[in-house]
Design a protein around this ligand. Structure first.
Ligand code: G6P
Length: 610
C-alpha cells in the first residue's frame, strides 16, 4: 500500500526519492508525488499512475533540493487523481505532508477547520491533518510541537513525514500503526516506510514504534514519545542486499520468486532440522516450545495467502501434533469476541509482518494472555516485533504482489513447528526422522517441478481466454486449491474458485460445461480414489480438466485433458510441491493476457489499512 520516502543531506534529493519510490512500487499504488524544499518554500509535483510518469513530469524541470519527501498512494479516501495524491500542502504553500494510514476522525476535524477558514481542496483524510498541523503553526508552535499537538487530536493510523518552510533543515516524522524507519547515513539521513527503499543507501536502520515522533536533520535525529519524553533508539543493521530486490534477469519478480523456491524453502529449514533426534529446533521459539506443545489449542490467524498456509498448518497439527487447531481470518478474529485463554497459543502468519488486521489480532491476543507467536518473512516488521516470540521464514524479500515463495516457506516453517510439537508428544523417533528426510528432499523435488515450466506455459496459453476456473482438492490439497484459485484471480483477473472437491456436488457442478476448466489436485494419497470420481463427474459434463498428479500416475491420463506430474512426498508436505505448478499456471496465463503480473490492479503487497 502507500509508500513513504524522504531525504535530508547534501545531495540532490530528487533521484534518491524517485529511486526509493521505484523500490516501493511493488507494494501497490495508483498515484505518486514528491515535494522538495527550496528557497521559495515547498514545491510539489504529482502524477497519476506509475512513478515513471512522475519522473517524466519532473525531467527537464529545474527541480532540485537537498531535502524532500515522496509518496506512492493507494487510494482509500478519494479517487486516484493528481489532486488527491500526496504530498498535501497547506493553503499558504509552506507546509507539506505525506501520510500512510487513515485519519478516522477527519470529517470532524475538517468541519471545525473549515469553519475557521481553512480551504480544503482534496477528498482525502490526510488534508485534515495538514490543516490541523498548520493551525498549530499559525498559533506559533514550532514544527515538531505542532505535529505532536495535531496528532494528539487524531484518531486512526499514520506514518507521516512533515516539512515546513520556516524550518528548512528538518523533517518531522511520526508513526502509529503504519511502518516507518529512519535510515542513517553520513551527513545525510533517510526515511522510508519499507527498508527496501533504503538498502541502496544505508544498512543502518532505526525502526520507529507506535507513538514515536522524530525530528530528522542532516547530521542528527531524535525520537520522543507523545508525552515528549526522549526515547533511546537502537540502530539495527539490515542484511537485505540490493540484488535481492532486483529482477536478476527475469522478466518479472513473480517468476524470479517462483524459481527461487528450491533455495527459499531450503533457507526456511536450514540449520533447523535435527536428524538424529528426528525433530526440529527453532531458535526464535525454543524458549516457548514446551508451552506451545502443552497448549490446549493452537489458533492460526492470518490474511490472504498466509491464511491458506494456516489451513495447511491446521491439517499438519491435527495429523501429527495431536493438538486441536483452528484457523481464523485475522479481520474476523479481532472483531468477534474470540474466546482465547492463557492455555492457548495463537500463531500469526504474515509475509510482510505489517498486515493491519493481523497486527490488531495479535495485540488483542496479547491482551487476553495467550501465547502470541509470529511467523513472518520481513525481519524487524511490526508483527515480528510485537509477537512474544517467533520464527522467521528466511525466504528473502518477496516483491511480486502475489505471494509465492513466502507461501511455500510458510508451509515449511509450519511443518517444522508441527514436527517439534509432535516429537514432544507421541511421534516416534523413526517417524520424526522420516519427516526430516522428506523435508530435506523437498528442494530437489521443487527443482524437478520447475523444469515443467515450458509444459505449464503451453497449457496456460490454451486457457488464457477462460472466464472462470474451478480449483478442486481434498484434505491437504483443499487449501492448495484455494491458493491456486487466489493466484489466478489476483494476477489474471479471471474469476476462480477453490473448493473441497466433494463440495462440488453442492453447487459448483452447476457451472460446469465445455467452457469451464477445472484444476484438480489429484495426488496419490488417501483421497485419490475419491478425487478420481470427482474428475469423472466433471468429465461427464464436458468440463476441461487439468490435473496436478504424481509422476508415477499413468492412470489419470485416461480421464483428464492435461496432467502436470510432480514427485511424491509425504502427505503433510504435498502442498509445498503442488502449489508450485499452480503458481506457474497463473503466472503464464497472466503473461499471455499481457497483464502487469507484479503489480496487479487494485492490489497491495502489504495491506496496512483495515
Ligand atoms: C495482501 C497480499 C497477499 C497476502 C496478504 C496477506 O493481500 O497481496 O499476497 O497474502 O496481503 O499479507 P501478509 O503480508 O500478512 O502475509
Amino acid at each position: 500500500m502507500c509508500g513513504i520516502v524522504g531525504y535530508i543531506g547534501n545531495k540532490n534529493c530528487v533521484p534518491i526519492l524517485i529511486g526509493g519510490l521505484k523500490q516501493l512500487e511493488y507494494r501497490g499504488y495508483d498515484s505518486a508525488g514528491i515535494g522538495v524544499m527550496n528557497h521559495n518554500g515547498v514545491h510539489v509535483v504529482k502524477s497519476v499512475g506509475k512513478v515513471a510518469a512522475l519522473e517524466t513530469k519532473i525531467n527537464g524541470s529545474p527541480f532540485r533540493s537537498t531535502l524532500g519527501i515522496g509518496h506512492t498512494r493507494w487510494a482509500t479516501h478519494g479517487v486516484p487523481n493528481e489532486r488527491n495524491a500526496h504530498p498535501h500542502v497547506n493553503n499558504a504553500g509552506t507546509l507539506m505532508v505525506i501520510h500512510n494510514g487513515i485519519i478516522e476522525n477527519y470529517v470532524e476535524i475538517k468541519k471545525t477547520l473549515s469553519a475557521e477558514g481553512f480551504r480544503f481542496v482534496t477528498e482525502t483524510d490526510t488534508e485534515a491533518l495538514v490543516h490541523l498541523i498548520d493551525s498549530f503553526i499559525r498559533r506559533g508552535y514550532p514544527l515538531f510541537k505542532a505535529v505532536r499537538a495535531a496528532l494528539s487530536q487524531v484518531k486512526g493510523t499514520y506514518g507521516i513525514a512533515v516539512v515546513h518552510a520556516s524550518e528548512p533543515d528538518c523533517i518531522v516524522v511520526a508513526k502509529n500503526g503504519s511502518p516507518l524507519t529512519i535510515g542513517i547515513g553520513d551527513s545525510e539521513n533517510f526515511i522510508a516506510s519499507d527498508v527496501s527503499a533504503l538498502v541502496a543507501h544505508t544498512k543502518q536502520i532505526v525502526y520507529l514504534e507506535d507513538g514515536d515522533i522524530a525530528e530528522i536533520r542532516r547530521d542528527s535525529f531524535f525520537v520522543n514519545d507523545m508525552t515528549d519524553q526522549r526515547i533511546e533508539k537502537e540502530v539495527q543493521y539490515i542484511t537485505v542486499k540490493l540484488e535481492e530486490i532486483s529482477k536478476g534477469g527475469y522478466p518479472h519478480f513473480m517468476l524470479k520468486e517462483i524459481m527461487e523456491q528450491p533455495e527459499s524453502v531450503y533457507n526456511a529449514m536450514r540449520g533447523r532440522l535435527l536428524y538424529d533426534e528426528g525433530t526440529s529446533k527453532l531458535g526464535g521459539i525454543d524458549e516457548y516450545a514446551d508451552r506451545l506443545a502443552d497448549s490446549k489449542r493452537i489458533i492460526i490467524s492470518a490474511c490472504g495467502t498466509s491464511w491458506h498456509a494456516g489451513l495447511v498448518g491446521e491439517y499438519m497439527l491435527e495429523q501429527y501434533a495431536e493438538t486441536p487447531a483452528e484457523v481464523e481470518y485475522a479481520s474476523e478474529f479481532r472483531y468477534r469476541n474470540p474466546i482465547i485463554t492463557k492455555d492457548d497459543t495463537v500463531l500469526f502468519i504474515s509475509q510482510s509482518g505489517e498486515t493491519a488486521d493481523t497486527l490488531a489480532a495479535l495485540k488483542e491476543t496479547k491482551r487476553k494472555g495467550a501465547l502470541a507467536l509470529g511467523l513472518c518473512n520481513v525481519v524487524g516488521s511490526s508483527i515480528a516485533r510485537e509477537s512474544t516470540a517467533g520464527v522467521y521464514l528466511h525466504a528473502g524479500p518477496e516483491i511480486g504482489v502475489a505471494s509465492t515463495k513466502a507461501f511455500t516457506a510458510q508451509l515449511t516453517a509450519l511443518a517444522l513447528i508441527t514436527l517439534m510439537i509432535a516429537r514432544k508428544k507421541r511421534l516416534s523417533l523413526t517417524d520424526g526422522q522420516t519427516i526430516v528426510r522428506e523435508l530435506q528432499m523437498i528442494p530437489d523435488k521443487i527443482r524437478t517441478i520447475l523444469r515443467l515450466n515450458a509444459q505449464i506455459e503451453t497449457i496456460a496459453n490454451k486457457f488464457a481466454d477462460a472466464r472462470n476456473f474451478l480449483y478442486l482438492g481434498r484434505g491437504y490439497n483443499f487449501p492448495v486449491a484455494l491458493e491456486g484459485a487466489l493466484k489466478l484471480k489476483e494476477i489474471s483477473y479471471i474469476h476462480a474458485e477453490g473448493y473441497p472437491a466433494a463440495e462440488m456436488k453442492h453447487g459448483p457442478i452447476a457451472l460446469i460445461d465445455e467452457n469451464m476448466p477445472a484444476v484438480f489436485i489429484a495426488l496419490k494419497d488417501s483421497t485419490y480414489e475419491k478425487i478420481l470420481s470427482n474428475i469423472q463427474e466433471v468429465k461427464a459434463r464436458h468440463g476441461k480438466i487439468i490435473a496436478i498428479a504424481n509422476e508415477d500416475d499413468e492412470e489419470i491420463d485416461n480421464y483428464v485433458d492435461y496432467s502436470i506430474k510432480i514427485p511424491r512426498t509425504i502427505r503433510m508436505l504435498n502442498p509445498i510441491l503442488s502449489a508450485i505448478p499452480l503458481q506457474l499456471l497463473a503466472y503464464h496465463i497472466a503473461v499471455h493476457k499481457g497483464l502487469n503480473v507484479d503489480q496487479p490492479r487494485n492490489l497491495a503487497k502489504s495491506v496496512t489499512v483495515e
